[in-house]
Ligand binder design. Structure first.
Ligand SMILES: *Cc1c(COP(=O)(O)O)cnc(C)c1O
Length: 560
């Protein structure tokens, strides 16, 4: 077996595997996927393949500026029908060609990616079939397809597929909404009829490191955010501070306060922090016994981004058959151990549309015990609209939506069928190797502080300092982190932020289309338990087409 020169290099066996995956699943190759040779797909793809920077795309498209003007002005439905045999409506084709180009190798914005060819096929087929999962009468065999995807994910995470359940829903945000709701309905059953402010006092627990949907959903549910939600502190690596969780849980239980739901995150969007689940579950069991609490907190895990790590649960890390490089293998092993605990969740969020390479939207909330769905059921009287005999075979009474598209199911089912565990492993490992190489290059670059470097996910955030003023970025970041202990703190942070923002703007969309985010890092807590957010720049390496050479070009002009 050949050994790599550096721990960051791509090893030969892996290079072959990722080349094969790109070729078969990310080339839009008409020899494999014939629709891509048909109009208007062919010309839309040809235009997107030019990989033009966003600012140049309208001007470059045939009649682009005129079409753009027409599109912006269009406000009335055409009076006449139009024969589609000539071509599809040019404005629709224009919009498809110039919609965000995820296929460009420089695209590393956020947890989003180009979808794989089979998933596009699956979604097109699903759109044509037009199943509505609200009721089996409107979906027929598509219900079985949904169930089959749910069982595959259940098996992969280590659940009994015959005892668990799952619902495809509108995005990861709704999956998290289900997570909160499951806990509320199980532990405060009167809330369905009387609302949350009736009866027992309660607190809902989430993490300061969680996605914003953790908060917006609570507001949507009518939860008093200021008084009834507890946001647990986070560690320097952005995962939940277990000591703070224990303090808060004890306080709740001592006062006879119900904790319907605890929301954890495995793979935060910007820094890929991974909360542990088993210790939270054990803590709940221990404290429930101690305080004689019967309403056990429902533990929901937001794994919207992180879930594909479950494809490594059975990976042979000793033999390493994929020849994943040493740098990535170490971090992957640590993170996989954390994901081994996902099975202790009561429910979790899966976004196929992110690291699962499926078109928007394809999100699934997984529920360990299918009996939990009974807690969500509304009175059957409300559903007089539907055929009675078949109602029992569906989640009709438990879902938040009425109409529920099956296109996400078709996309996910097709991606799973064609990529398999192996394909997902290759794609995840490729992301992590690319992110690892980026971190390695950042570490060699003056003025860069890489944030939460031990998290080893596809997301990498960093702060950039003026090398003329800051010789030691780590020391500078430490000073920023120890908020307010020096009188010139704010001035210094502002100076650094201004430098980074200026350079970021000046660079524009170049070798990597990074983002500038307001909360890339946080300071330490002050004596009142408050902290400040620190902005930074981030890149998320999920794009299978991003090359090391794109990273090299980016690093070469990182300071503008
Ligand atoms: C993207 C994301 C969400 C929200 O999912 P949507 O599908 O965008 O609604 C929730 N949590 C995390 C960690 C995410 O990254």
């Amino acid at each position: 077996m050949s050994h790599s020169v550096t721990p960051y290099a791509i090893r030969p066996g892996f290079a072959q595997s990722i080349a094969r995956v790109r070729e078969a699943f990310f080339r839009r190759d008409p020899a494999r996927w014939p629709v891509f040779a048909q109009e208007p797909f062919a010309s839309v793809l040809a235009f997107r393949r030019l990989n033009l920077p966003p600012a140049e795309r309208v001007a470059h498209y045939p009649d682009g500026p005129a079409l753009h003007a027409q599109l912006r002005a269009l406000a009335a439905v055409p009076a006449q029908l139009s024969d589609p045999s000539a071509s599809l409506d040019p404005l629709v084709v224009f919009a498809a060609a110039l919609a965000k180009n995820w296929e460009i190798p420089h695209s590393v914005e956020n947890v989003a990616t180009m979808p794989c060819d089979p998933a596009i096929y699956g979604v097109m087929l699903g759109a044509m079939a037009n199943a509505n999962l609200v009721h089996p009468e409107y979906a027929e065999m598509a219900v079985e397809l949904e169930n089959s995807v749910v069982r595959q994910i259940a098996t992969q995470v280590g659940w009994d597929p015959t005892l668990s359940a799952g619902i495809f829903t509108q995005g990861g945000t709704f999956c998290n909404l289900y997570g909160y709701l499951l806990g509320i309905r199980k532990n405060l059953p009167l809330a369905r009829e009387y609302g949350l402010e009736h009866g027992l006092d309660y607190r809902i627990i989430n993490s300061q490191g969680g996605h914003y949907s953790n908060t917006t959903n609570l507001s949507l549910l009518g939860v008093n955010l200021r008084r009834k939600s507890l946001r647990i502190r986070i560690t320097d690596d952005n995962d939940m501070d277990m000591a703070d969780l224990e303090r808060q849980l004890r306080a709740c239980f001592q006062l006879g306060c119900v904790v319907p739901t605890i929301m954890l995150t495995m793979g935060t969007t910007d820094t890929f922090a991974i909360d542990r689940v088993k210790p939270v579950r054990d803590l709940c069991a221990q404290l429930c016994a101690q305080y004689e609490v019967t309403a056990k907190p429902h533990i929901h895990v937001d794994a919207a981004v992180g879930w594909p790590l479950i494809f490594f649960l059975d990976y042979d890390f000793e033999r390493n058959p994929l020849e994943i490089n040493d740098d990535t293998l170490t971090g992957l092993r640590r993170n996989t151990e954390r994901f081994r605990e996902l099975r202790y969740a009561d429910s979790f969020t899966v976004d196929f549309q992110k690291w699962g390479y499926v078109p928007y939207t394809s999100s699934l909330v997984m529920i360990r015990d299918q009996r939990d769905l009974a807690a969500l059921e509304h009175d059957p009287e409300n559903f007089s609209y539907f055929e009675k005999d078949t109602e029992g075979q569906t989640h009709l009474h438990s879902t938040i939506e009425c109409s529920r598209s099956a296109t996400g199911v078709f996309g996910a089912a097709t991606a799973l069928a064609h990529l398999g565990i192996e394909g997902h492993q290759i794609l995840v490992a490729n992301s992590l190797q690319t992110a690892g190489y980026f971190r390695h290059r950042l570490a060699q670059t003056p003025g860069v502080m890489c944030l939460a470097p031990s998290n080893r996910g596809p997301s990498t955030s960093f702060r950039l300092y003026d090398p003329a003023l800051v010789a030691d970025p780590e020391a500078e970041f430490s000073r920023e982190y120890e908020a307010l202990t020096t009188p010139d703190w704010q001035q210094r942070v502002t100076r650094n932020n201004d430098y980074h923002r200026k350079v970021f703007k000046q660079r524009g969309k170049g070798a990597l289309y990074t983002n500038y985010v307001q909360g890339a890092a946080h300071t330490d807590y002050d004596e009142h338990g408050h902290y400040h957010l620190l902005p930074g720049e981030k890149a998320v390496f999920m794009n299978p087409l991003t090359r090391f050479s794109d990273i090299d070009s980016f690093i070469a002009r990182i300071h503008g």
